[in-house]
Design a binder for this molecule. Structure first.
Ligand SMILES: O=C1C[C@@H](O)[C@H](O)[C@@H](O)C1=O
Ligand code: CO
Length: 299
C-alpha cells in the first residue's frame, strides 16, 4: 500500500479545458472543473488556461473545495539560446507556484518541439546536437538552483515531439544534469513513445529516487496504431482519443505503484488524461480514474 500521508492525488484540468487545443472544452468553466475534481475525490490540481491569474482569487476558489495547486507546466527554450528569457519567465512562474504552495516545478524543453505542430509525431521529432544538449543541461542546472532558493525542486517532463522523449534521451538528460534536477515521470508519454510496458517500468525502476512528480496517463492502443499508420500529429492523436485515464487503456500501473511504494515516494500522483470532453465526460472519467487508483493502491 502507498502511504496516504506521503502520496497525494491530483488531477489535471486538461481533461476539462485543453491548453494545447483550446477548442476542446471551450464551454467548460473553471468552477465546473475544480468542483468536479473535488467531487471525484482529488485534492490537487495543476493549472489550466481558465484558472484565475490572481493568487488570492485562485486560492480562495480552491480552498473552499479542498484542492491545492501541486504543479504547473513551464516551457524552456535553452537549446535555442533563450536562456535569459527562460530564466526570467521561470522566476515569475516559480514565485506564482511558491505562493500557491506547490513544491515542484514541471518543465518541458520546447526548443524545436513539434508537439503543437501539424507534423507526424514519430517522423519529425527533434534530435538535439551535442551542443544543444550542453545548453539544455546547463540551463536546467541553473533552474535547480533558482528553485532551491524557495525550497522547491525543478523537474523535466519527457514529452512526445520534444528532444527529451525516448528512454535514451531521458538517460542522457539525467546523466548530464546535476542530482538536484529531477524527472517528471509521465506513464502515458513513455508508453506512447516506445509502445511498450517495459519502457514504462524501466524508467520508474531506474529513476525512482529522482522522480518528484508523476503524471498518470493511459494510452488507447488502437488509436496509437492508427496514428502511426496514418502518420498523425500529436494533437490529431489527442483529438482521436489516444490518451485516457489510468485503467482504461494499455498501460499497466502495477510496477509504477509498487516502486513508488518501495522507495517511499513522497509527492503527488496526478491523473492527466486529455481527450475531447464532448466525447469523454471529464467528471465521469475522473471518477473512473479515482476508483482505479483506490483499487490498485488503497489510496
Ligand atoms: O503534462 C502535460 C501537459 C500538456 O500540455 C501536454 O501536452 C500533455 O500531453 C502532458 O503530458
Ligand atoms: Co504529462
Amino acid at each position: 500500500m502507498l502511504d496516504r500521508d506521503k502520496v497525494r492525488l491530483g488531477i489535471a484540468p486538461i481533461a476539462w479545458t485543453n491548453d494545447d487545443l483550446p477548442e476542446l472544452g471551450a464551454g467548460n468553466t473553471f468552477e465546473q472543473c475544480v468542483s468536479e475534481m473535488a467531487l471525484a475525490g482529488f485534492t490537487g490540481s495543476e493549472v489550466g488556461n481558465k484558472y484565475p491569474k490572481d493568487t488570492t482569487v485562485l486560492k480562495e476558489a480552491l480552498d473552499m473545495r479542498g484542492v491545492q495547486i501541486c504543479n504547473a507546466w513551464f516551457s524552456c527554450f535553452f537549446a535555442i539560446d533563450k536562456e535569459e528569457e527562460t530564466i526570467a519567465e521561470f522566476i515569475k512562474h516559480r514565485d506564482f507556484l511558491y505562493e500557491m504552495g506547490a513544491k515542484v516545478i514541471g518543465c518541458s524543453e520546447q526548443s524545436h518541439s513539434i508537439q503543437g505542430l501539424d507534423k507526424p509525431i514519430f517522423d519529425a521529432k527533434p534530435v538535439f546536437t551535442e551542443e544543444e544538449w550542453e545548453k539544455l543541461a546547463a540551463g536546467m542546472n541553473k533552474l535547480a538552483v533558482l528553485a532551491a532558493e524557495k525550497g522547491m525542486k525543478v523537474s523535466l517532463h519527457h514529452h512526445m515531439g520534444t528532444g527529451v522523449q525516448t528512454p535514451a534521451e531521458v538517460d542522457k538528460f539525467m546523466e548530464m544534469t546535476n542530482d538536484d534536477v529531477y524527472l517528471l515521470f509521465d506513464t502515458g508519454h513513455m508508453y506512447f513513445s516506445e509502445g511498450s510496458q517495459e519502457a514504462v517500468d524501466a524508467i520508474i525502476e531506474k529513476y525512482a529516487d529522482r522522480i518528484v512528480h508523476v503524471h498518470l496517463k493511459d494510452v488507447r492502443e488502437d488509436v496509437l496504431a492508427k496514428l502511426k499508420e496514418e502518420k498523425w500529429s500529436f494533437l490529431e492523436g489527442v483529438k482521436a482519443g489516444v490518451f485516457t485515464v489510468p485503467g482504461d487503456g494499455a498501460v499497466k500501473f502495477d510496477r509504477t505503484f509498487e516502486v513508488l511504494k518501495d522507495t517511499n515516494y513522497e509527492g503527488w500522483m496526478v491523473v492527466e488524461a486529455e481527450q475531447d470532453p464532448a466525447v469523454a465526460n471529464p467528471f465521469e472519467y475522473a471518477k473512473k480514474a479515482r476508483g482505479f487508483i483506490r483499487e490498485k493502491t488503497g489510496l
